[in-house]
Write a protein that binds this ligand. Structure first.
Ligand SMILES: Cc1cc2nc3c(=O)[nH]c(=O)nc-3n(C[C@H](O)[C@H](O)[C@H](O)COP(=O)(O)OP(=O)(O)OC[C@H]3O[C@@H](n4cnc5c(N)ncnc54)[C@H](O)[C@@H]3O)c2cc1C
Ligand SMILES: *[C@@H]1O[C@H](CO)[C@@H](O)[C@H](O)[C@H]1NC(C)=O
Ligand SMILES: *[C@@H]1O[C@H](CO)[C@@H](O)[C@H](O)[C@H]1NC(C)=O
Ligand SMILES: *[C@@H]1O[C@H](CO)[C@@H](O)[C@H](O)[C@H]1NC(C)=O
Ligand SMILES: *[C@@H]1O[C@H](CO)[C@@H](O)[C@H](O)[C@H]1NC(C)=O
Ligand SMILES: *[C@@H]1O[C@H](CO)[C@@H](O)[C@H](O)[C@H]1NC(C)=O
Ligand SMILES: *[C@@H]1O[C@H](CO)[C@@H](O)[C@H](O)[C@H]1NC(C)=O
Ligand SMILES: *[C@@H]1O[C@H](CO)[C@@H](O)[C@H](O)[C@H]1NC(C)=O
Length: 631
């Protein structure tokens, strides 16, 4: 079953009536877009993938003018209104020219359903198509990453905070919005120098005030001082929107537009599919690529890198390219006929994403608020007013992307009876029991380390498991499961490693702990709607297994509807010690070879308790410093 527009809508809370960005002409000098003919034979750095992380790293490596850099990107420079439009946060997702869209392996835990695997495929990558929600994980998430290397790792909350500040230019909400909704924020968690912007809409839905207050009726829910404070609770967060233009702010305008004229050392070649990294012995020396519409290698070319090849093709494609280059699990490569460069069993294992469509939808039968988000679908007068206001000064309802408030709650808050037992049963598991059969012993050892760390997170008041995103009336919430413990795989197609999409297997619900945790999501969500002050709105359960369903019925319902991805894939080139199945070290260098690093979401060893874009930018900023330090 393909991911339907409807199920995505539940997550992205789209608005109709998206208007075109006003065509204010502004002269833009690009970074130099070269043709295949203009390409130099050799650069200091070749970056594979001009997406969120790739363009961030390229900007930082070229700014001192000392190094030559080539970015090779599969997509094109696309700047249509479907990319730039803020309203609803969904117009890019509805434009197939901007997306990778291929089918996952059938999910045995989900009645053998397959789902659509979606990624951005344009200069700017997934930051050019995402829902624009800007969210940071909890402090413990980043400390947990460092813990896999021991006590003194520089990967930690304290180590990353300067990069969160460097990555984002924060713009506070308007005083009216702050007054109306009681929004808390603290610019101390943010910076003001990046060209990637985090800002608030100029309007929001009146019902959100009550919906946010209702979380406070639940014991244990806090209201942190800022969305970037690294804490659990209920809070308002910004969107990746440039407040000066009210257009999407993403890696291309933030790290590429306008920087090129002064940087002859920076080349970008779009419309190219990288097939593999070329090696001389164990040293990565170049990258082999073809035009994106090629179906064989007759037009293949190689470009060389003097210092380093930097992988930034994203969590699905980075492991594909590494494996196709001979860097990966020996057995898989042998089956695919790829000559082995280094046996690295972690490449493509440890795959994680955040499931959604996991709680019933509720509707209020007494709803005293006007306007609410459904007016943007159904009320022609309101739609016309909103469009006129946006056209006049780019304010109002059409300045909202896919939403700005949600709760991020610990397991013990949502499951006050069951959390201890769930964590204890999880911790007692044989780590190999639910991994793919035949998993390498390093991969099993790595999972054992994660299992200990994640059991601690399950017991922590400072780590979020449950996320409920609020819609302001029309769609009353979409929940996301932040730390699933099942682990999937991303493998090259053994019959066609280069041109077929990678085989993506989420292995959703393969670990029974995920079922146990998710069984707590439905009753908790019901509690939020029916046992807090929201009771006064007479909530009605619209979808789902029903209030009287047995445990088995709820589980059967989950297996029928759960979607294993909210487009936050991580983990397939994990930054962990090599004996724990890691692919890159703390400097982001690939084990067992020279001159090859990874900087995209695939290096996250496990998920943050949030969506991923803010962390991807921060990791990329840190990666650029690590690379410059060894230049
Ligand atoms: C639909 C959608 C909605 C999302 N919503 C949110 C949200 O609201 N909030 C949030 O925090 N996060 C969100 N995310 C997640 C976030 O955008 C990603 O985590 C982040 O952008 C990933 O960055 P990356 O650098 O790892 O990969 P990407 O930005 O995807 O970059 C990878 C690049 O590599 C290119 N590439 C791939 N293969 C090749 C090849 N063989 N040769 C050359 N180039 C190649 C791709 O075209 C792409 O440009 C969303 C993602 C999607 C897809
Ligand atoms: C992208 O489109 C916006 C809005 O139309 C425009 O202001 C901007 O200059 C364009 N950027 C590029 C690089 O074409
Ligand atoms: C992905 O492709 C499927 C099958 O062609 C299609 O039904 C679906 O709408 C596509 N999804 C997106 C987000 O474009
Ligand atoms: C799913 O597919 C597997 C393998 O083809 C099969 O054994 C199993 O019975 C199927 N399960 C369901 C629920 O259809
Ligand atoms: C939700 O409730 C409102 C009344 O508040 C009603 O008009 C609307 O039809 C309901 N929507 C659904 C999908 O049941
Ligand atoms: C539609 O919106 C207009 C303008 O905000 C408002 O006056 C009107 O009451 C709304 N109609 C309905 C049916 O809610
Ligand atoms: C924007 O335009 C609307 C409608 O014309 C007007 O009501 C509003 O006051 C304006 N806001 C600002 C900030 O100029
Ligand atoms: C659930 O059971 C109670 C008590 O038997 C009953 O009153 C209620 O109508 C049932 N609810 C649903 C949704 O079936």
């Amino acid at each position: 079953m393909a991911l339907s527009k409807l199920s995505f809508a539940a997550l992205m809370l789209p608005l109709l009536g998206a208007v075109e960005a006003s065509p204010t002409a502004r002269s833009i000098t690009h970074s130099t877009l070269v043709t295949r003919e203009d390409l130099l034979p050799e650069y200091d750095y070749v970056i594979v993938g001009g997406g969120t992380s790739g363009l961030t790293v390229a900007d930082r490596l070229t700014e001192n003018g000392k190094h030559t850099v080539l970015v090779l990107e599969r997509g094109l420079l696309q700047n249509s209104s479907s990319v730039t439009t803020v309203a609803g946060g969904i117009s890019a997702f509805l434009d197939p020219t901007l997306l990778f869209n291929f089918t996952s392996a059938p999910q045995q835990g989900l009645n053998n359903r397959s789902i659509a695997v979606i990624n951005g495929r344009l200069l700017g990558g997934s930051s050019g198509v995402n829902g624009m929600q800007v969210l940071r994980g909890q402090r413990e998430d980043y400390d947990r990453w460092g813990s896999y290397f021991g006590k003194n790792s520089e990967w930690s909350w304290d180590g990353l905070l300067p990069y969160f500040r460097k990555a984002w230019h924060f713009h506070p909400p308007t005083p009216e919005l702050v007054r109306q909704f009681g929004i808390k924020y603290d610019p101390g968690y943010w910076g003001s120098t990046s060209n990637v912007h985090a800002s608030f809409p100029t309007f929001s839905w009146p019902a959100l005030k009550l919906e946010m207050a209702a979380f406070g009726d639940i014991p244990g829910v806090k209201y942190p001082s800022d969305s970037g404070a690294g804490e659990t609770g209920a809070y308002w967060h910004p969107s990746s929107v440039d407040p000066a233009t009210v257009l999407r702010s993403f890696a291309r305008p933030g790290h590429w537009d306008g920087i090129g004229a002064a940087r002859p050392n920076y080349h970008t070649l779009t419309g190219q599919r990288v097939l593999k990294v070329a090696f001389h012995g164990k040293r990565a020396t170049g990258v082999v690529f073809v035009p994106f519409d090629a179906t064989d290698q007759s037009q293949a070319r190689t470009v060389k890198a003097k210092k380093e090849i930097i992988m930034a093709a994203g969590t699905h494609h980075t492991p594909q390219i590494l494996q196709a280059s001979g860097v990966g699990p020996k057995k898989l490569l042998a089956e695919a006929g790829v000559p082995l460069v280094v046996d690295l069993p972690g490449v493509g294992s440890n795959f994680q994403d955040q499931p959604f469509n996991i709680v019933p939808q509720f509707n209020y039968s007494s709803f005293p608020f006007h306007p609410d988000s459904s007016d943007l679908y159904t009320n022609q007068t309101f739609i016309a007013e909103a469009a006129a206001q946006f056209a006049a000064n780019r304010t109002g309802p059409l300045s909202i992307a896919s939403g700005n408030c949600a709760s991020w709650l610990p397991l013990q808050v949502i499951a006050p009876q069951a959390w201890k037992d769930i964590a204890a049963r999880y911790e007692a598991q044989d780590p190999a029991a639910y991994l793919p059969s035949g998993s390498d012993k390093a991969v099993v050892a790595g999972y054992r380390a994660q299992q200990k760390a994640l059991a601690r997170s399950m017991r922590s008041k400072d780590s979020a498991t449950y996320n409920l995103h609020l819609g302001g009336g029309y769609s009353n919430g979409a929940a996301v499961y932040l730390h699933p413990v099942s682990r999937g795989t991303v493998h090259i197609d053994r019959a066609d490693p280069f041109f077929s999409p990678p085989e993506v297997d989420y292995r959703a619900l393969s670990n029974p702990t995920d079922v146990e945790v998710l069984l707590e999501f439905t009753p908790f969500t019901r509690r939020y709607f029916t046992e807090t002050r929201l009771k006064s709105l007479n909530p009605v359960e619209l979808t789902g297994p029903g209030a009287n369903a047995t445990r088995d019925q709820v589980e059967a319902w989950l297996r029928g509807v759960l979607i294993p991805s909210s487009f936050h894939p991580v983990g397939t080139a994990a930054m962990m010690p090599r004996q724990l199945g890691g692919v890159v070290d703390e400097k982001l260098l690939v084990y067992g070879v020279k001159g090859l690093s990874v900087v995209d979401a695939s290096v996250m060893p496990d998920l943050p308790g949030s969506y991923t874009q803010q962390t991807v930018y921060a990791v990329a900023e840190k990666a650029a410093d690590l690379i410059k330090a060894r230049a």
